[in-house]
Design a protein around this ligand. Structure first.
Ligand SMILES: [Ca+2]
Ligand SMILES: [Ca+2]
Ligand SMILES: [Ca+2]
Ligand SMILES: [Ca+2]
Length: 332
């Protein structure tokens, strides 16, 4: 299950019961409701790394009207990266029997970084946003995942357990200058840059149950804890104007989407549903949020107003759909 003998202990969960070891989290992606089995590189039909996108069904294509949403889905038998343009078709960008997950747009929308174990263990890859020209960014026997692009387009933050536990790193987009930003015995996940590039938010697994949200300067200094709640507070994401962070938490008994001021104050709950609501992602204009919810029976992507009202289901597939991320302009 884990390619890294240094990390055999249970290190926590992403969402309610996701991924017991980092390699599984990174390889299979984070599921809010069920731990995904590790992918098998020997199963499935070998696919082309650069294939023509193929359209498949969506839920409500009119759920959003600007930009494009990328996400991961198991609908074609293994985890792939998909993109759906406003009002358009849903396209499979990866077509690879390995587990391709955790898409992250470049700031100009022309590229998507993602995690994949296609070369034997989880690494970070970059492709054009039409699925072509895939290149590998990292090369380590450890597990790498959770890519996030800097707003100036020059760096990608990611998570690796190469130094013994999950820490946040940055690398230039040419693969050079890998730098570790965190150094903490707890596992750090889900880095995300502030829109001005000055700060990086992330979550820290305090004990396998209690995650907290932190932010630090882009050089790793000035770490500040933003949440302080015994519940699992995860996956921060900055509003486009930098004033707020959305995240998900089970502090009110089940997973809901919340937003708080960028300094951790004024927490407000945006969803109120007995199902799991996780993985928020802001629209480029800040007026909407994409999220994942199980309210219709399995993990689907939804789009709602930034105040939590008007949730509309974007996907409609019995397979798990997760990790949405939203870009303004996606012309390669
Ligand atoms: Ca795949
Ligand atoms: Ca917490
Ligand atoms: Ca809920
Ligand atoms: Ca689904």
């Amino acid at each position: 299950m884990s390619q890294n003998a240094a990390l055999t202990a249970t290190i926590g969960r992403r969402g309610r019961a996701c991924g017991l070891v980092l390699a599984a989290v990174l390889a299979a992606g984070c599921s809010a409701t069920s731990p995904n089995p590790p992918s098998s590189l020997s199963s499935g039909v070998p696919g082309s790394a650069v294939a023509s996108p193929v359209a498949s069904s969506t839920g409500d294509a009119a759920a959003f009207t600007t930009g494009a949403i990328a996400f991961q889905s198991e609908r074609d038998g293994n985890s792939e990266i998909y993109v759906v343009h406003a009002g358009g078709e849903l396209l499979n960008l990866t077509h690879n029997p390995a587990a391709d997950s955790q898409p992250a747009w470049s700031p100009d929308g022309t590229q998507i970084a993602f995690a994949s174990d296609r070369d034997g263990n989880p690494e970070i890859y970059v492709m054009k946003s039409d699925g072509s020209a895939t290149t590998r960014l990292t090369d380590s026997p450890a597990g790498e995942g959770f890519p996030a692009w800097s707003p100036d387009g020059t760096q990608i933050a990611f998570v690796s357990d190469r130094d013994g536990n999950a820490e946040i790193y940055v690398v230039k987009t040419d693969g050079s200058a890998v730098t570790r930003l965190t150094d903490d015995p707890n596992n750090d996940f889900a880095p995300i840059w502030s829109p001005d590039g000055a700060r990086i938010g992330f979550d820290r697994d305090e004990d396998g149950v209690n995650f907290e949200i932190f932010a630090m300067s882009a050089d790793g200094s000035g770490e500040v804890q933003l949440t302080d709640d015994p519940a699992s507070d995860q996956s921060p994401t900055w509003s486009p104007d930098g004033s707020q962070l959305a995240f998900f938490s089970d502090r009110d008994g089940n997973f809901e989407i919340y937003a708080m001021d960028a300094n951790g104050g004024d927490v407000i709950r945006l969803t109120d549903d007995p199902a799991d609501d996780v993985s928020p992602a802001w629209s480029p204009d800040g007026s909407q949020l994409a999220m994942v919810s199980t309210r219709d029976g399995n993990e689907e992507i939804y789009v709602m107003n930034a105040d939590g009202s008007g949730a509309v289901r974007l996907t409609d597939d019995p397979a798990d759909d997760g990790d949405p991320t939203w870009a303004a302009d996606t012309t390669p």
